[in-house]
Design a protein around this ligand. Structure first.
Ligand code: NAD
Length: 286
């Protein structure tokens, strides 16, 4: 009897990853690179771009991290044109850039429309513009090319202080489903990863939560910890490779079980409750 299993390799593949210089984008870049992919990053911060490029190359990964603001369509088009001319097709696009840009400090009833425009630009608009710009290069690698968007658990669960951020993250769900229908017949899959709180440069639960409340972290999610970039990277490897060859138009909730728990937490003795028992203010935002 002969048996076969998918081979997890990205050798010969090219990935374009936005926000590759830190956090989840960097974690995905490292994982794809370790599996043999050529990494092309689009990163707004020159220092992060240089540091990440150096670290990936030192690890033997073929990597170029370009300074590029994905909110600026002209910069995106120039980068994609450059990739097309020098390298050719793109196998995987990861639309990772996103930021709540401190919406909790701009209460909805007093927020200015310009602030909502800024949230739109950093969380949603570039998902459209980068996907559209990259499509001709993805088509060169179809069938088998993939788009992976990064949204948030807040696309599926409320967040009291960030209604506009969560609205744009929820919009990524609809975009993912509908674009998957358009591109499916060409063999381009479109999926999303929705993380729960993950330790990155942008989100630092290890710093936010007061020392006396750190004991609650183990009870915050069913899996007993916050996320790490490597957790999202694992999902991205799944969605970028043959492992997910029949998966499109959907979202992987990388959330330690938080959505499933839906408000249930463990008490200090380990029992489950949906009655608030935590004293203090969690992340310390209030
Ligand atoms: N960390 C979390 O807890 C968490 C939870 C849910 C969703 N997310 C989502 O995951 C994604 C990544 O988040 P993260 O926590 O890794 O963020 P991060 O800020 O740690 O890393 C994002 C990277 O993108 C870069 N960047 C920012 N604006 C850019 C732009 N206009 N053009 C190009 N690069 C830009 C930053 O310089 C940074 O290097 C975001 O979409 C975020 O909304 C994160």
């Amino acid at each position: 009897m002969s048996v076969s299993a998918p081979v997890i390799s990205m050798r010969g593949k090219t990935a374009l990853i936005t926000g590759a210089g830190a956090g989840i984008g960097r974690g995905i870049s490292e994982a794809f690179g370790a599996l043999g992919a050529r990494i092309i990053g689009a990163e707004i911060d020159p220092q992060r771009a240089a540091d990440t490029q150096a670290a990936l190359r030192e690890a033997g990964i073929e990597a170029e991290i370009h300074v590029c603001d994905v909110r600026e369509t002209a910069q995106v088009k120039a980068l994609v044109a450059d990739i097309g001319a020098r390298i050719g097709g793109i196998d995987t696009l990861v639309n990772n850039v996103g930021d709540s840009i401190g919406e909790f400090m701009h209460p909805f009833d007093r927020a200015e429309e310009q602030f909502w425009d800024a949230l739109y630009a950093i969380n949603l608009r570039h998902v459209f513009t980068v996907s559209q710009a990259a499509l001709p290069l993805l088509r060169q690698r179809a069938p088998g090319a993939t788009i992976i968007n990064v949204s948030s658990i807040e696309a599926f669960r409320a967040i009291p202080m960030c209604p506009v951020y969560s609205a744009f993250k929820a919009a990524i769900t609809g975009f993912t489903k509908s674009l998957a229908l358009i591109l499916g017949p060409e063999g381009i899959r479109v999926n999303t990863i929705a993380p729960e709180t993950t330790e990155t440069e942008q989100v630092k639960p290890s710093l936010y939560i007061k020392p006396e409340l750190q004991q609650n972290v183990a009870r915050w999610t069913p899996l007993g910890r916050f996320g790490e970039p490597r957790d999202m990277a694992g999902c991205a490897v799944f969605l970028a490779t043959e492992l997910s060859s029949w998966v499109t138009g959907t979202t992987v909730h990388a959330d330690g079980g938080a959505l499933a728990a839906a408000g249930f937490y463990r008490t200090p003795s380990g029992a489950w409750t949906n009655t608030p028992i935590v004293t203090g203010d969690g992340f310390g935002f209030s």
